[in-house]
Design a protein around this ligand. Structure first.
Ligand SMILES: [Zn+2]
Ligand SMILES: [Zn+2]
Length: 279
C-alpha cells in the first residue's frame, strides 16, 4: 500500500501501522503488487497451498513463494524492472537476428510498447495474450504458473511447437522463419548450411600408394629404375641408380632380420619372393 498522507505505512489486510509497529515489514508479488505485511502472509499461508491475495477484494491467487521482499523503494520502479525482465527474457532477439537496423529498431519499439502496456495497464490483456502466443508458437513454455514468480523457468521444448489458439495458428508463418507466431517482423531466416564432405587432411593425395604389385613370379617393384637408368643427364652426374636402389632396399629390410636367401633354401612350400634381386 502506498504511504499514508501522514507518511505512515499501513498493511491493507490487518491495518497495522508502521508507526505503531516499527518492525512491520512488507512483501509484494509480481502480479497485483499489493504490499502486505509479513505476519499477514505467514498467517494466510499457515495451512500451505494457494491463497488469494489478502488485499481487500483482490482476486489473484498465489503460492507463498510468489511473495517476496521489495527490491526498490519505489513500487513503480519495482514493477517496471520486473515487467522488463520478463518481457526481455521472452522477446530476446539481438540486432544480428534482424535483416536490417530498421527491422531491429521496429522490434525494440514493439518491445517497449509491450513494457508500457503492461506497466500502465493499457491493453494489458491483449499484450499478455500476444506474449503467450509468441511463447507457445516458439516452444517457450513456462514450467510453473506465472504466480510462482521470477523463479518460474522458461524451457525450450524439443517437440515441434504447436500453436495452441486459433489466433496463433492463423499467424503461423513458414517453417524457416525464426518467429513462428509472426509477432516479430524482419528476422533473418534460418539457413541450414550445406553438408560438407568429410575432412581430408591429405587434400586429395592418395593414402595408399602402389609401390609394388604381386605377380606369380614374385613382387614386381615399381621402382622407376628403368626410367631413370635411361636418363643420360643423370648418368653423366655419375649417380648409379642400381647402386642407390640396392642400398635403399638394404636399409629398408635390414632391421627386419629377414634373410631371403636362407628362407628360400629351407622353405619349400612358400612362394618365392623375388626381393633379393628385384632386377
Ligand atoms: Zn498485515
Ligand atoms: Zn492483490
Amino acid at each position: 500500500m502506498e504511504p499514508l498522507a501522514d507518511g505512515d505505512e499501513q498493511c491493507p489486510a490487518c491495518l497495522t501501522r508502521k508507526s505503531a509497529s516499527p518492525n512491520l515489514r512488507f512483501k509484494i508479488n509480481n502480479k497485483c503488487y499489493h504490499r502486505i505485511c509479513e505476519s499477514c502472509i505467514d498467517r494466510v499461508y499457515a495451512s500451505g497451498g494457494q491463497h488469494t491475495c489478502p488485499y481487500p477484494h483482490c482476486k489473484n491467487t498465489f503460492w507463498k513463494n510468489a511473495w517476496r521482499t521489495q527490491t526498490f523503494e519505489d513500487l513503480n520502479v519495482e514493477k517496471e524492472v520486473n515487467i522488463r525482465r520478463d518481457i526481455y527474457s521472452t522477446l530476446n532477439k539481438e540486432e544480428g537476428d534482424f535483416i536490417s537496423k530498421r527491422a531491429y529498431d521496429d522490434f525494440l519499439e514493439l518491445r517497449e510498447m509491450f513494457v508500457m502496456n503492461l506497466l500502465l495497464g493499457t491493453e494489458a490483456q491483449a499484450t499478455r495474450r500476444k506474449l503467450n502466443e509468441y511463447k507457445e508458437a516458439n516452444g517457450l513454455v513456462r514450467l510453473k504458473d506465472e504466480a510462482a514468480g521470477p523463479k518460474g523457468k522458461i524451457k525450450r521444448t524439443s517437440a515441434t511447437p504447436v500453436a495452441a489458439t486459433a489466433a496463433a495458428a492463423a499467424a503461423v508463418v513458414d517453417d524457416d522463419y525464426p518467429d513462428r507466431s509472426g509477432l516479430i517482423e524482419g528476422l533473418k531466416r534460418i539457413v541450414i548450411p550445406e553438408v560438407l564432405p568429410p575432412y581430408d587432411p591429405l587434400q586429395g593425395v592418395p593414402l595408399h600408394k602402389d609401390y609394388f604389385t604381386i605377380t606369380d613370379d614374385g613382387i614386381n617393384m615399381d621402382t622407376g629404375y628403368e626410367q631413370y637408368r635411361k636418363d643420360e643427364m643423370l648418368a653423366i652426374e655419375g649417380y648409379d641408380f642400381r647402386e642407390a636402389l640396392e642400398e635403399t632396399l638394404t636399409r629398408a629390410f635390414a632391421g627386419l632380420g629377414v634373410f631371403i636367401q636362407a628362407e628360400k633354401s629351407t622353405t619349400l612350400t612358400a612362394p618365392v619372393v623375388g626381393l633379393d634381386d628385384p632386377f
